[in-house]
Design a protein around this ligand. Structure first.
Ligand SMILES: [Zn+2]
Ligand SMILES: [Zn+2]
Length: 565
């Protein structure tokens, strides 16, 4: 293998995005060379308005399941949900080692632990069963025919990495989500020197973040927010201050704490997902917080209002998040009103304008002073930064990623300006199989991709999940499946399906009959195999759940009851 570089590769390199190219979210891309597959990122997407009752959207990984013997590992660029959110679900289906930097791994492990906790019945043990390795910047790992190097970048979360993926056909650079921040709040600036060195040696293709490709100029440094926060704290120094931002924006939280510290205020973080991320970042020393600055919500109450800061989730108007509960007066611990200031330190993601406006109105009605000006900078590269990366990396082929079609096209336009001919720019769709040789790039096929809708358990904010489960029980009702089985495993009566609070079934005799036959065949199949009662219950639950979901898009609680005759 040592002289393989000089040999002409016998096969082509395949790049197969399994998600992430029709939307911002659910990033996952397979790289394949002969018998080796590696996967970059395992993200999720948040549901659209029309996916009622659905909490999460994860990618269809049929392709990975079909090729599991080739799968060498998962390499993860950073710890945002659209890059790690589906990892527990995916690892429970295809087990392969996971590689990531420090904070990213910390957040991944939190997800695996959570998954294990919620799936004890199935005996899943991802924390024990999945190999994990924390990678340092500059370090390379060998995965079959691939070698992957992690390169430091800047983003709105610490420890974000770009990847140089070396294959027998050539080197592919994947930027991950990035911006160029010469003065980051924590840690070092993006390793531009390494991008240049790799570029000098020749790069086959560049997969570059397209999120802000429509925006001219540079994304300002996160540090530019410091004087803005200082001013706002000065202007509102007699009030209690709330700052709403993304749970995952570790750097922003750090900024706010800095300013709070300057003004002698104590800070509490509210919202389960934010508390988790900040705890993990603190434990791994990815955020430095001045001593005695953080407090719990309860501890905070011992201080006067003008010595309090509460950093909260819910800046996007999410109905379950802390800010929303404060605004509509249903938060357990915090009552918000006249004399309080709420600063929105985020822009609404397109589509979220309505819920954000609703919260602002609720806050204003309560007499809250709402600050909704530019207290936000993006974590993604604008046009000039994208040009910078292209100029350093000098790829043969341009593959815009991380965005809706219009974002990908905006990056294609930048590449054109930089002198790329049309045949050197590849706009892909999820599922496309792009085959690369040293001087060609062609889409040659399509693999199965799609959205798998998940109802929450195991991913994300546990508090929210529990709440949603309760709401769903109320809306979706209960199905009881009763049967009588002898100790010899003979079905002597049932299964009978009884539903409560489940209007849809009551209205449809045919469907109920069909449900009964689904339950019957599930039970009979188990009995043929000599399965025990627990296995029968699980089979009934699965079969009925699937049946009801397929026909009614509802998720009732399914309660199999077996009586021994
Ligand atoms: Zn990100
Ligand atoms: Zn992202």
């Amino acid at each position: 293998m040592s002289n393989s570089k000089k040999e002409i590769p016998t096969s082509k390199l395949k790049i197969i995005p399994l998600g992430g190219l029709e939307r911002i979210g659910m990033n996952i891309t397979a790289f394949e060379y002969e018998d080796s597959i590696i996967v970059v990122d395992c993200g999720l997407a948040f549901p659209q308005d029309d996916m009622l009752g659905i909490d999460l959207v994860i990618p269809d990984i049929t392709y990975l399941k079909d090729n599991v013997e080739k799968l060498k590992g998962f390499v993860i660029t950073h710890g945002h949900e659209d890059h790690i959110g589906s990892i527990a679900y995916i690892l429970s289906q295809v087990n392969a080692p996971v590689y990531a930097t420090r904070l990213t791994m910390g957040l991944i492990e939190h997800k695996l632990e959570e998954y294990d906790r919620e799936h004890t019945a199935q005996g899943t043990k991802l924390m024990d069963g999945v190999r994990r390795k924390t990678v340092h910047f500059g370090q390379s790992i060998n995965l079959g025919e691939f070698r992957v190097e992690f390169i430091r970048t800047n983003h709105s979360i610490v420890d974000a990495a770009a990847l140089a993926i070396y294959s027998p056909v050539g080197c592919v650079v994947h930027t991950g989500d990035f911006k160029v921040d010469y003065t980051p709040v924590y840690g070092d600036s993006i390793d531009l020197q390494r991008f240049a060195e790799i570029g000098k040696k020749g790069v086959l293709a560049l997969l570059c973040d397209s999120t802000n490709a429509e925006r001219p100029g540079f994304t300002p440094s996160e540090k530019t927010l410091a004087p803005i926060f200082d001013n706002l704290f000065e202007e509102n120094k007699n009030t209690r201050i709330f700052v709403a931002t993304f749970a995952s924006n570790v750097d922003r939280v750090r900024q706010i704490i800095n300013t709070a510290y300057k003004f002698g205020r104590k800070v509490a973080v509210e919202g389960r997902s934010m508390v988790n991320i900040i705890d993990t970042a603190q434990r791994l020393e990815c955020i430095s917080i001045p001593e005695n600055t953080l407090a719990t919500i309860d501890e905070l109450k011992a201080y006067p209002a003008d010595k309090q800061v509460i950093i909260t989730t819910g800046s996007q108007g999410e109905s379950m998040a802390a800010l929303s509960r404060m605004a509509d007066g249903t938060h357990r611990k915090i009552t918000i009103g006249a004399g309080d200031t709420v600063i929105f330190s985020s822009h609404p993601i397109p589509g979220n304008e309505k819920p954000v406006t609703r919260i602002i109105n609720q806050l204003l009605q309560k007499g809250v002073n709402v600050v909704f000006q530019d207290v936000h900078v993006s974590g993604h590269a604008c046009q000039e930064e994208i040009k910078l990366i292209y100029s350093l990396v000098q790829p043969r082929f341009s593959i815009p990623v991380h965005g809706e079609y219009k974002h990908l096209m905006a990056q294609a336009k930048i590449a054109r300006e930089l002198g790329f001919s049309k045949d050197r720019i590849k706009i892909l769709s999820s599922g496309d199989v792009l085959e690369l040789s040293q001087d060609s790039a062609e889409v040659t096929g399509k693999v199965t991709v799609g959205d798998i809708l998940v109802d929450g358990s195991g991913v994300g904010d546990v508090g929210n999940v529990v709440l949603r489960d309760r709401q769903r029980r109320a809306a979706d009702g209960i199905m009881v499946v009763c049967m009588c089985i002898t100790s010899e495993g003979q079905l002597i009566s049932g299964p009978d399906v009884v539903s409560r609070g489940f209007v849809y079934i009551k209205e449809s005799e045919d469907l109920l009959a069909e449900a009964t036959s689904v339950a019957r065949s599930a039970v009979e199949e188990c009995l043929d195999e000599g399965a025990d009662w627990n296995a029968i219950k699980t089979a009934v639950r699965d079969a009925m759940g699937e049946f009801v979901w397929r026909n009614l898009k509802r998720k009732p609680m399914i309660l199999p009851i077996i009586e021994e005759a």
